[in-house]
Design a protein around this ligand. Structure first.
Ligand SMILES: [Ca+2]
Length: 348
């Protein structure tokens, strides 16, 4: 028996209008705007074997559908490690792979090992699987979305990739957690390291990227990434009774914190999370990081002392000054809870 089929009828037809509502204005409607470009390809480059804040960022990125994670770079940090966490790229790759396994993504997203050592004074590239991959992805023809390099560590592998193939500078954008405060915008914190931590991992690579490469940069300097502050009570409250992923991340942070601080602090800086805020959590219309604040300055040069030197001819660079940490952390908690709930329901 044939069934009555309902058709969707626009409200303006029901009201007896014979043409589209915009025709009532007596002029042609403007062209529809182009669909917003909210998606991007992304390479995540971080020293996952050091401060575990990079693992929080990686998990958050992997749970964010507006970015397509093309690959993960496990990079070196300091040769002496950090509170018992070795500084080798092998350790970084192992930490990233452990997280992928906890999220049942092992083998689905490639992990590339970065260089083991810094760039030398002559800026010669330091070969690595990671640098080769960055070149390959940046030079890939036919990709429909922009390529972002989200880096929460040193810049060895990106700088090496750009030394190997300078053309990549035109097809990528770097979002970087690192660099000291800019004069006139913020002051260093009390007892600040003379050279900011991520810049100090590879000062020559940072000099190459800033001073010589032409790569467009969105920078989250130290005063901005230190805004990514969460309290231990908040983490316990929002993730303490969570599922596997929440427990995995909390355990990593607690293990590290127990070695780094005595007594246990009240807060943690999840300073790599702005990489997610600024790449994945943008407005759907006219995509941008509208709830955070930045200024645009000519990219300065970085000196041998790890400070900035004004360069009026420098290409425009965003410097983030204020971050929407509510959006960043609420989105993170919500996605981790949802992931763990789905994983649990799939087990039943
Ligand atoms: Ca990091």
């Amino acid at each position: 028996m044939p069934m009555t089929r309902f058709r969707w009828v626009p409200l303006w037809v029901l009201l007896g209008l014979v043409s589209r509502p915009d025709a009532l204005c007596g002029q042609d409607a403007p062209e529809s705007p182009a669909p917003p470009q909210t998606r991007a390809r992304i390479i995540i480059d971080n020293d996952f074997g050091g401060d575990p804040d990079g693992l929080f960022q990686l998990a958050h990125h992997l749970l964010s559908h507006s970015v397509e994670v093309r690959g993960i770079v496990g990079s070196h940090h300091y040769p002496d490690g950090l509170y018992g966490n070795p500084g080798t790229p092998e350790n970084a790759c192992a930490a990233a792979t452990e997280l992928l396994t906890a999220m049942r993504l092992a083998g689905k997203i490639p992990v590339f090992q970065g260089a083991a050592v810094r760039m030398e004074k002559d800026f010669a590239p330091v070969p690595s699987a990671a640098a080769d991959f960055i070149v390959r992805e940046a030079m890939r023809e036919g990709a429909a979305t922009p390529l972002l390099i989200a880096c929460g560590g040193g810049l060895t592998d990106l700088a090496s990739a750009c030394r190997m193939e300078p053309k990549i500078a035109k097809s990528i954008r770097l979002v970087w957690i690192g660099g000291p405060e800019h004069q006139g915008i913020a002051f260093p914190p009390p007892g600040a390291q003379a050279v900011e931590y991520n810049l100090g991992i590879d000062p020559r690579a940072a000099q190459f990227v800033f001073n010589r490469s032409g790569i467009p940069i969105w920078q989250v300097p130290r005063d901005a990434y230190r805004q990514a502050l969460v309290s231990c009570a908040e983490l316990d409250n929002r993730m303490g009774n969570g599922g596997n992923l929440a427990r995995f991340l909390n355990r990593k942070l607690r293990d590290f914190t127990a070695r780094a601080f005595k007594p246990e602090p009240e807060t943690h800086v999840l300073g790599d999370s702005p990489l997610v805020l600024l790449t994945a959590l943008r407005t759907p219309w006219e995509p941008d990081t509208s709830s955070s604040r930045h200024i645009t300055v000519p990219t300065p040069n970085i000196t041998d002392e790890g400070t900035y030197e004004t360069n009026p001819q420098g290409r425009p660079m965003r410097v983030y000054t204020q971050l929407d940490t509510r959006l960043m952390f609420e989105d993170f908690y919500a996605k981790v809870v949802r992931f763990d709930q789905r994983a649990n329901s799939n087990k039943r």
